[in-house]
Design a protein around this ligand. Structure first.
Ligand SMILES: Cc1ncc(COP(=O)(O)O)c(C=O)c1O
Length: 367
């Protein structure tokens, strides 16, 4: 009996890090530096250096990173922010939580990233900015978005939660927008063993505001210049990230190798297609979706053979009940089709070739 192929298995990483991590966590128990301290500082510095960013501020998770970044960009009640229809819910949720209104934009069929053309159509008098999500680890059209923002006096916020190490024209994402936000949720390419997040950017004044907002708007001990919140990266999680960051490039390379194997094995099979990675961009393949009109049947077939898959995402944002009161009633046809046809195959750096070949054979048999 062969073992199941899971869509993601964190056990090998946990095992690999166990000894070094326990040593670091033991030190933390001795020094009791649980909030802030050397682990957090060291991660913020290393991650900013890795990105080529001016700085990085650790926060509690990727959703808080978005909320705090939006506040640092001076979002005012009733301001509108363009967001893609096809992303994790938090991208729009954070806009609402920060007092704004998400204006939902359709996506490009080749990448499932935000369509700059549709974004341009949806700009109104209250629009103040755009959130560009690098979905599945593939950079969105940063040049197109930067031109759009320059033409309409909007800011660009990058939601880089799925794109640790992805590059656009040779430069890491997370250094293009007015700010960029990160999630270190365990399943991410750079994940911790709990919740974690960060905001990166090129403007040290704005990053200082992020740091203050994430720490109760504090200016000095028990002095508060504005109303913020409590959202800090904790030292136990920063220790995990410090241990994982040095392998991120190799882990991403390994994902790319496995994707190449999948692509070769699944070329011209049934109606199956892959998304494109535009020229001049490097994806880090956080997810590997294949698209097929027979998605649901294929998922059941694979499940029957012990192969787990995921659907990211089954419902676009403009159809989410939570956002119904802000809906304009328009269809976003590309996002709706994306939700019906995507099936994300197992992909993570510790997956072996034999497992990939098993998935390929099972899909070929189905068609
Ligand atoms: C695109 C995107 N934005 C935001 C988030 C929110 O991150 P977190 O789960 O750390 O709050 C996620 C993570 O799941 C995400 O994938």
């Amino acid at each position: 009996m062969t073992a199941d192929v899971r869509p993601l298995d964190l056990e090998p990483v946990a095992r690999q890090l166990e000894e070094d991590l326990l040593a670091r966590w033991r030190d933390l128990l001795r020094t009791t530096s649980f909030i802030g301290g050397a682990e957090v500082q060291s991660f913020e510095t290393s991650f900013a250096r890795f990105l080529g960013a001016e700085g990085c501020v650790g926060v509690a998770n990727g959703t808080d990173a978005l909320v705090v970044a939006l506040k640092a960009l001076d979002l005012q009640p009733g301001d509108e922010v363009l967001v893609p229809a096809f992303t994790f819910f938090a991208t729009a949720e954070a806009v609402v939580w920060a007092g704004g209104i998400p204006r939902i934009v359709d996506i490009e069929p080749q990448t499932f990233n935000l369509s700059v053309e549709d974004a341009a159509r949806r700009i109104g008098p209250r629009t103040v900015g755009v959130i560009g999500v690098h979905l599945y680890g593939t950079p969105c059209d940063l040049e197109g978005l930067q031109s759009l923002c320059a033409a309409h006096d909007l800011w660009l916020l990058e939601d880089a939660a799925q794109a640790h190490g992805a590059r656009y024209r040779g430069r890491c994402v997370g250094t293009f927008g007015a700010l960029a936000t990160w999630s270190f949720y365990p399943s991410k390419n750079l994940g911790c063993f709990g919740d974690g997040g960060a905001v990166s950017g090129m403007d040290s004044d704005r990053l200082a505001r992020v740091r203050s907002l994430a720490n109760h708007g504090r200016t000095a001990h028990y002095h508060h210049g504005e109303v913020g919140t409590n959202s800090r990266l904790d030292a136990l999680q920063a220790a995990v990230l410090n241990l994982r960051l040095p392998s991120l490039v190799d882990d991403n390379r390994r994902r790319a190798e496995l994707v190449a194997r999948y692509r070769e094995g699944l070329a011209a099979v049934g109606d199956l297609t892959f998304l494109q990675v535009p020229q001049g961009t490097e994806s880090v393949y956080h997810q590997l979706p294949v698209l097929t009109g027979r998605r649901d049947d294929l998922q059941v077939h694979l499940q029957g053979l012990g192969i787990g898959t995921g659907i990211h995402y089954p419902l676009p944002l403009h159809l989410q009940p939570a956002l119904a009161s802000m809906s304009d009633g328009d269809a976003r046809p590309v996002s709706e089709r994306a939700a019906e046809t995507n099936l994300c195959l197992p992909i993570y750096a510790q997956l072996d070739e034999a497992a990939v070949d098993r998935v390929i054979d099972a899909i070929r048999d189905f068609f």
